[in-house]
Write a protein that binds this ligand. Structure first.
Ligand SMILES: Nc1ncnc2c1ncn2[C@@H]1O[C@H](COP(=O)(O)OP(=O)(O)OP(=O)(O)O)[C@@H](O)[C@H]1O
Length: 682
């Protein structure tokens, strides 16, 4: 999904409420660049087949390795997918607007923010100097000059001070010579002469410090900056974000460091005329968020000591420019928990954009993924080039990780991790190229913590034979859940239905209570419709066996809970060689859930023979070849089909299960989509 504020070109600006200018930022003009005129149509610079075979994993690229793929110079051209975000970043760079990017980790938020800094005009960059204020030592003066001038000014002051010091030294030695000469030769007082010379020396030393105090402190130096600054203030403490004034242990008596020399810039000052990037913005403390807001609003922010007990707190500079464009990033939580006024400031004066997690799998896109592999190889600088088949394997993995038919994942940081591990393996073997074999090995090695935990969990369960049940058990169903982002796990659910003293209750523990209650409510509506039984008069106990290390996503276990409850209620046993995932609607429909591929693989790894998934998810199944032979996938669209597959034997005539199983009008769809068909109970 992609969504953004105020970027729909098809609407007139007034109608969409184009953001208002702030800090003298340019109002949007008609000549805004589009992606095309800023060079979005980046084609991989290698030979492409005249007629592209739709199934060609390289999208028609005719290459032997990544060495033949040219990587574009500009970061903005290296971004894969995220067309909306790219478009927004380009507009925002032109108009100097703030941007909020919300989306999954590793989808290119900081990359785009950095790309934005490359698009900002370099000519506007400034240096900032802090001067001693002779009228008020605690209120240093601030001056702004064009980039590169700051160093020259400081050098000129240093040169002047050097000359002054030379002059003073010269004068000092003459006076010392005169005093010593007079004392020794005329007065004959050696001791007094040496003492007087020492006093003169010290007086000159202290005196010269006043000259040093005139040298300004070059707070922000953009002399060698190639692009507009990019400052990452993620997780910065107040001093690093807002600037600070160091403590001075001497404070007075001639030994002190002048206050302007103790001033340190914050990220907001260093980002002046550039981009300030803040990831997980909600993790900044409220005071910092408020100050950030002031800096955005005023375009300048004085620096003061951040620690109240330090002498730096007495110092406050004149305002220092903070004319930056802010790119705030994070996931949905970050947006909800950020300071509301800061959020509305970004909203009112900028754009909001939701990052895509996946992108449509087209030949053009696959060519860009090939370029992505080349980019990662070039960025690392040490990895052997990837062969064409190695690139194909990475693209296959991008498909698999998308978890959505016809799409490729855009969580490219993780995919880049796979590229690096594969390259490192090849490098370790001194191979000339990274091959498909290396990528396959890397897939095994670059397992996330959750994956390792899940695999370990599956191994241990095998030891105790907890999950892989032979035969049929009443009230116990193998559910499936996802740990982290990419690891499935088998999660058995147990149900027991007992008569209640008062109104019935759903008794479930921990984080899953809510989900269990909803599942039981939905199944009780269905049960009521097909039998005289009212389970609201009974206590339903639900246990999720050994949950703890991971979580269950949303209501994906609700058909599992429903099946366990029906099984317990009717005393009909459930096939233990089967796992299931799916969300249950109040009408008994089985609705789609996330992570089906990982769940199916977990069931296969655990040794189960069959797995039920929602029919709507059938297209998302991208299981590895090795599991295809091991497990039969049964897509279903109604709870009646689930019961049909999962429950043992023929139901009692006209009983609840019989009625549920025979719901008319439901197209039963139980063919296997993957693997050999194995007998499934009808
Ligand atoms: N859309 C993309 N196109 C090309 N490379 C990408 C893309 N997204 C991520 N990458 C690769 O992943 C790396 C990390 O991405 P980036 O730091 O921009 O992610 P992020 O969205 O800011 O994540 P987080 O919020 O965790 O910081 C990039 O340096 C780049 O190599």
């Amino acid at each position: 999904m992609s969504n953004e504020t105020n970027t729909d070109d098809s609407l007139p600006d007034e109608e969409v409420g184009e953001p208002r200018p702030e800090n003298g930022h340019e109002p949007p003009g008609d000549d805004e660049p589009t992606i095309d005129d800023l060079g979005s149509d980046v084609e991989v610079n290698a030979e492409v087949a005249d007629e592209v075979d739709e199934d060609d994993l390289l999208g028609g690229l005719q290459i032997d390795s990544t060495a033949e793929i040219e990587v574009p110079d500009r970061l903005v051209d290296q971004v894969i997918g995220q067309e909306h975000a790219r478009d927004v970043v380009m507009k925002a760079a032109k108009q100097r607007r703030h941007v909020m990017m919300i989306g999954s980790p590793g989808t290119g938020k900081s990359m785009l923010a950095k790309a934005m800094s490359e698009l900002l005009p370099k000519e506007e960059l400034q240096d900032v100097l802090v001067y001693h204020n002779p009228d008020d030592g605690n209120n240093p003066k601030v001056r702004t000059v064009p980039a590169g001038k700051g160093e020259q000014i400081v050098e000129a002051h240093k040169e002047e001070a050097r000359k002054r010091n030379q002059m003073r030294s010269f004068l000092m030695w003459i006076i010392i010579a005169v005093v010593l000469g007079y004392s020794l030769i005329i007065a004959g007082q050696i001791l007094l002469g040496i003492l007087a010379a020492g006093v003169i020396y010290l007086a000159f030393r202290y005196g010269s410090r006043g000259g040093d105090a005139m040298i300004p402190n070059l707070l922000v130096n953009n002399a060698d900056t190639q692009t507009a600054p990019f400052e990452d203030a993620t997780g910065a403490h107040a001093g690093a974000l807002l600037g600070d004034v160091r403590h001075d242990p001497f404070q007075s008596g001639g030994m002190e460091t002048p206050s302007h020399d103790r001033v340190e810039p914050g990220a907001i000052h260093q980002a002046n005329k550039g981009v300030l990037f803040v990831d997980e913005i909600n993790t900044l403390d409220i005071r910092s968020q408020q100050h950030l807001m002031t800096a955005i609003q005023e375009g300048e922010f004085s620096i003061t000591g951040q620690s109240e007990r330090s002498s730096g707190a007495m110092v406050q500079t004149e305002p220092v420019p903070t004319d930056f464009v802010m790119v705030a990033a994070g996931n949905l939580d970050a947006m909800e928990n950020m300071h509301p006024a800061l959020r509305s400031r970004i909203k009112g004066y900028g754009y909001e954009v939701y990052m895509d997690d996946t992108i449509e799998d087209t030949p053009e896109m696959r060519r860009k993924y090939a370029r992505f592999v080349a980019q990662e190889v070039a960025k690392d600088g040490r990895l052997p080039d990837f062969t064409a088949t190695a690139i194909e394997e990475v693209i296959l993995e991008a498909r698999r990780r998308a978890g959505r038919k016809g799409h490729l994942t855009l969580e490219l940081r993780n995919l880049g991790g796979l590229v690096r591990v594969a390259g490192d393996i090849a490098r370790g073997e001194d191979a000339a190229n990274t091959t498909r074999q290396h990528v396959l090995q890397a897939k095994g090695r670059s397992r996330s913590i959750e994956q390792q935990l899940a695999d370990d969990y599956i191994e241990r369960r095998k030891d105790y034979d907890i999950t892989v049940g032979e035969g049929f058990v009443t009230g116990r169903v193998n559910g499936l859940a996802v740990m982290g982002e990419d690891s499935g796990i088998v999660l058995p659910v147990m149900a027991e239905v007992t008569p209640s003293q008062g109104p019935g209750e759903v008794i479930a523990t921990g984080q899953l209570k809510e989900m269990a209650e909803e599942a039981v409510q939905n199944v009780s509506a269905i049960i009521k419709k097909f039998s005289d039984e009212d389970i609201s008069q009974q206590d339903v106990h639900i246990q999720f066996v050994q949950v703890g290390e991971g979580g269950v996503d949303g209501d994906s276990a609700s058909i599992t809970v429903a099946t366990a409850v029906i099984s317990a209620l009717e005393g009909v046993a459930v096939d233990q060689n089967l796992a299931m995932t799916g969300s249950l609607s109040v009408r008994g429909d089985v609705l789609p859930v996330g992570g089906v591929t990982h769940k199916i693989e977990a069931a296969a790894k655990t040794g189960l023979d069959r797995v039920i998934i929602p029919a709507a998810n059938e297209q998302d199944v991208m299981i590895e070849d090795e599991y295809k032979e091991q497990i039969e996938v049964i897509p279903v669209s109604h709870i009646s089909e689930v019961l049909d597959v999962a429950l043992e034997g023929e139901p009692e005539k006209d009983g609840l299960v019989d009625r549920l199983k025979n719901i008319t009008g439901q197209a039963l769809n139980k063919q296997s989509v993957k693997g050999p068909s194995s007998p499934s109970p009808q």
